[in-house]
Design a protein around this ligand. Structure first.
Ligand code: SAH
Length: 489
């Protein structure tokens, strides 16, 4: 059983800080004995730019069986053999979660005495689990991790690479990426969600597991859209414990909803100001919002969807214009939506204002009845966050199913990247971008989409339109049922 945690850094913020955060020195391979076998921690790479820590659990299958004896569990006659010949040594199950919790316990609690400033600061994280038993498949993996701010790649592992006709195994190769989570948050997500996906806890679930779950789930579980499933599976389907956990979590959720503190918002705004520094005088993000508002106003839209609304900056701008009578922000990330709702001060808004705005959690890779019948939809800097193979699903959900009259899509123009001084050659603008397109590629995609779904499309530059490489942001405006493609000048 194996997982890796990687981060990137720079000379000022070296990636090797990961060693401090985990309390494990990058230059040493270490072994720890746990109840189920030996846990090894080693660093396949460790320099200022990139650092990866690997946790490998060598399961002692015999000890595991011995521990289980006397728990009064019967079983089919061949179960005895299955106890020895099974996937335990390879697959990342609840045992790996237990090892994670014991080997990285201070990191999980966010404690770092040597460098107390480190644990509270989010950093780019990449987590890989090569073989994850996932009951519920890739779809459930996404529903569990995406609301927490992770970008998820979940690929089924074939049963046997030499015999593809045998089909897929029940394992998934999981990659998680996040830019704004702390390591402690990441470890707590894994600690709970690995056993949830395995759905077969290998140890006794005692009543104090509820306390543990609430402790580890602090700050993310109460408002999670899959909370019921998480608690049920984590508590091994023990009904009374599950109910107890849910009652307590519901109180937490209500308290969180009342909480008008804006700590996260301050962070978000600070980060934004920092990111925008290089783009003086008018930040590109501001120009983008202005361009989008211009398109929406010109279209005469009153009811507008902001798809992939993130932390709600555009929703906030839309609210300031009474022409927009109904504004719906949709995002897959609960975390983003929580920050958006604080930014908008939804809880303190007057009734009339509040009736104009709704925030919805949902994934654009699935059709959603709630999104039908709107005048316009915006996809601002969203498509590049999806894996290319999933883009057709978004295309169908937006242009095939929701079918707003106007759709405004923006995405980076990769040709412009050579003009950013601070961007090393060949790098994407954001660690989470799955692709960045040339003008040609974006236009090719947009024209195909328009044709397939009966829209006309027009292209507009956002930001300075460089004679050689074009503008930093490219925008496509789709209009339903306009007979001819209107070409940009
Ligand atoms: N529209 C905002 C945010 C862009 S960042 C802006 O222009 O600033 C991209 C956003 O898309 C993130 O908030 C991310 O959570 C969201 N996102 C990524 N994949 C998604 C999906 N499948 N469904 C819904 N939202 C998604």
């Amino acid at each position: 059983m194996f997982l890796t945690i990687s981060t990137t850094g720079s000379a000022q913020r070296p990636a090797t800080d990961l060693g401090h955060l985990l309390h494990k020195h990058p230059e040493k391979a270490q072994a720890f004995s746990t109840s189920y076998g030996t846990a090894h921690v080693l660093y396949p790479e460790a320099d200022a730019e990139r650092c990866t820590a690997a946790l490998l659990l060598e399961v002692d299958a015999v000890a595991l069986v011995r521990r289980r004896k006397g728990k009064g569990r019967g079983g089919a006659p061949d179960a005895a053999l299955a106890q020895y010949v099974n996937d335990r040594p390879y697959a990342a199950s609840s045992l790996l979660a237990v090892a994670l919790g014991s080997v990285f316990s201070s990191a999980m609690r966010g404690v770092c005495t040597a460098r107390p400033e480190l644990p509270g600061t989010p950093r780019p994280l990449r987590i890989e689990v090569p073989a994850l038993p996932a009951r519920g498949g890739a779809d459930l993996v996404r529903r569990l991790f995406e609301p927490l701010g992770w970008t998820v790649t979940a690929e089924p592992v074939p049963l046997d690479t030499e015999f593809p006709e045998w089909g897929d195994s029940r394992y998934i190769r999981l990659t998680l990426l996040a830019a704004d989570l702390t390591l402690a948050e990441a470890l707590r997500h894994l600690y709970v969600l690995l056993p949830v996906l395995d759905d077969a806890k290998h140890y006794w679930v005692s009543p104090d597991e509820v306390d543990k779950l609430l402790r580890v789930g602090d700050g993310w579980l109460a408002a999670h859209p899959e909370r019921e499933l998480i608690t049920r599976r984590y508590l091994s389907h023990r009904w009374s414990l599950t109910r107890q956990a849910n009652e307590r979590l519901e109180l937490v959720r209500l308290a969180e909803a009342d909480d008008s503190e804006v700590e996260d918002l301050d962070n978000a705004v600070a980060q934004e100001a920092e990111a925008d520094d290089e783009e003086k005088p008018t930040p590109l993000a501001v120009r983008r919002r202005e361009a989008i508002l211009g398109v929406l106003r010109a279209s005469g839209a009153a009811r507008v969807l902001d798809l992939g609304c993130g932390q709600g900056q555009l929703v906030q701008a839309l609210l300031k214009d009474p022409a927009f009578t109904e504004i719906v922000g949709v995002d897959v990330s609960m975390r983003a939506l929580t920050i958006a709702s604080r930014r908008l001060k939804l809880d303190r808004m007057g009734e009339r204002q509040a009736s104009r705005v709704t925030l919805l959690q949902g994934s654009l890779a699935y059709t959603d009845k709630r999104l039908k019948g709107y005048d316009a939809a915006v996809l601002s800097e969203v498509i590049e966050h999806l894996d290319l193979p999933r883009l057709p699903a978004l295309e169908y959900a937006v242009f095939g199913s929701a079918r707003p009259r106007t759709v405004c899509v923006t995405t980076p123009n990769v040709e412009y990247n050579v003009r950013w001084d601070s961007l090393p050659a060949g790098h994407a603008r954001h660690g989470d971008h799955r692709f960045e397109w040339t003008r040609e590629e974006f236009r090719g995609w947009a024209r195909t989409v328009a044709e397939r779904h009966g829209y006309a499309v027009e292209f507009l530059p956002v930001g300075p339109d460089d004679p050689e490489v074009g503008p930093p942001t490219q925008m496509a405006v789709f209009r339903l049922g306009t007979p001819k493609e209107a070409k940009a000048a």
